[in-house]
Design a protein around this ligand. Structure first.
Ligand code: GLN
Length: 449
């Protein structure tokens, strides 16, 4: 007999002990109640799941790791959360992240850095670093994350787990605290590929609250598992295997590509010629959208309000100055500048055009290929504190993950071995709404490792 409440209680006890070193959770729901009348035909019945703290949960504090929301208790559930609850999952707590999901190391959190369970001196990646560390340390089997420029895949790679960002429009964003709405997508982090397929089955699909979700039927993603790769056309962009990528990482990835080839996949070297522009393009578009989305934190409607203010303007200025962290302010300033009358044509419009070129690079490759593979990151997890003072260096970390958000394609990271004792990930991308090919390859690689 399965006692779901006992499992929830034990999970909470274990998190309390383990998390002293890791700091993966901002909030653990100590009163988490397993659903009653569980139908165990449902794969998620009684399974404890953690939710990134930029996804709203009814009655459970949701902070986006920001001082400006550190006391915010939502009055509704995000669509993904309702869907998990309907499937019988137990929402166990809210995971740490970079403030408003802006970052690649989880060091930009008001609630402190997250530590990589493989080596506590290293970052877990970001921004879904809490979700990744919670799964890697065995605190939970599954966690939701969000991915705007790599925030599911890069932490998955750094923690030696699986993470998938589905197609833009596959999963509802209703209740996701918006960062860059044209890029944001909710996805799943798990140790096992199959578990992610089960969770994605549950959270996908049309939603009356989010008109950007496709009406397309959601396939059973587990059907893509257990297959071979014979005849699968695999593109490897030469820009993803250049000297800019750490040699150890390249070797680990090449070994996986060789394995696909030995098993009958057709490997094609291709080019994504606009790769060198993706980082600046992304940071203009993402920051512009963020500057607009974050206008709502004005100290009036919800969240933190500064004390001792003289007038309304003072409330706005002080609340925002005290409530937002450094990185968030940097992005708001950059985005406001890029959208301002004198700069719009030079920056935002130009970036939007380059985004189209990046999308075309992808569409062209997918005319003759089923998947694109390469490394998820240019290096394994770095030391806490080593890059946080150098934003440009930090931004450049995202060069391999951003394009999938720009073009909206599904993309995942699956463990691909260790480099200097730290895990690295193989990134797999496919055509829009073809998560099945991503799962097929990820599962095949997982069975080899
Ligand atoms: N590291 C990227 C950024 O800081 C991506 C973040 C994300 O995907 N949420 O914007």
């Amino acid at each position: 007999e399965v006692d779901a409440q006992k499992l929830a209680d034990e999970t909470i006890e274990n998190i309390k002990a383990t998390d002293k070193d890791i700091n993966a959770f901002i909030t653990v729901d100590e009163d988490a109640k397993a659903s009653e009348n569980l139908d165990f035909a449902n794969k998620l019945a009684g399974i404890p799941v953690a939710i990134k703290d930029n996804i709203v949960t009814n009655g459970l504090k949701t902070t986006a790791a920001s001082h400006i929301l550190d006391n915010f208790i939502p009055v509704y559930d995000a669509t993904v959360v309702s869907k998990l609850k309907d499937a019988g999952a137990t929402i166990i707590g809210k995971t740490n992240l970079d403030e408003f999901a802006m970052g690649s190391s989880n060091e930009n959190s008001y609630f402190g850095a997250v530590h990589n369970p493989w080596n506590l001196d290293k970052v877990p990646g970001g921004s879904s670093g809490g979700s990744a560390a919670a799964v890697a340390s065995g605190e939970v089997v599954a966690a939701l994350g969000s991915d705007t420029g790599g925030s599911i895949r890069q932490p998955a790679a750094f923690n030696g787990i699986f993470g998938i960002k589905p197609t833009y429009g596959r999963v509802s964003r209703w209740g996701l605290i918006a960062f860059a709405s044209s890029l944001d997508q909710i996805g799943v982090l798990t140790k096992r590929v199959k578990d992610a397929a089960e969770v994605l089955n549950v959270i996908s699909g049309a939603d009356e609250h989010d008109s950007t979700v496709s009406e397309k039927a959601v396939p059973d993603f587990t059907k893509a598992l257990g297959q071979d790769v014979k005849g699968l056309r695999v593109a490897v962009p030469k820009e993803y295997m250049s000297d800019a990528v750490d040699e150890g990482v390249r070797k680990a990835i090449q070994a996986q590509i060789d394995y696909l080839k030995e098993n009958g996949a057709i490997i094609n070297e291709v080019s994504l010629p606009h790769t060198k522009y993706v980082v600046p393009t992304y940071y203009i578009i993402a920051s512009s959208e963020a500057s607009s989305n974050l206008q709502r934190y004005d100290g009036i409607r919800y969240g933190y309000r500064a004390k001792d203010t003289k007038n309304l303007l003072d409330v706005y200025v002080k609340s925002r100055s005290e409530g937002f962290g450094e990185e968030v302010k940097r992005r708001i300033m950059l985005g406001s500048f890029a959208l301002s009358a004198g700069s719009y044509d030079k920056f935002f419009r130009q970036a939007s055009k380059v985004r189209t070129l990046i999308c075309r690079d992808f569409d062209k490759i997918f005319e003759d290929n089923d998947v694109i593979v390469g490394p998820t990151t240019t290096e394994p997890a770095f030391e806490i504190g080593s890059e946080v003072k150098d934003p440009i260096k930090m931004y450049n970390n995202d060069i391999l993950t951003i394009s999938a958000n720009m073009s909206g394609v599904p993309a995942a990271s699956v463990p691909a071995g260790l480099v200097d004792g730290m895990p690295v990930g193989l990134q797999i991308m496919a055509k829009r709404f073809d998560e099945e090919s991503v799962f097929r390859v990820a599962d095949f690689i997982e069975r080899n490792n």
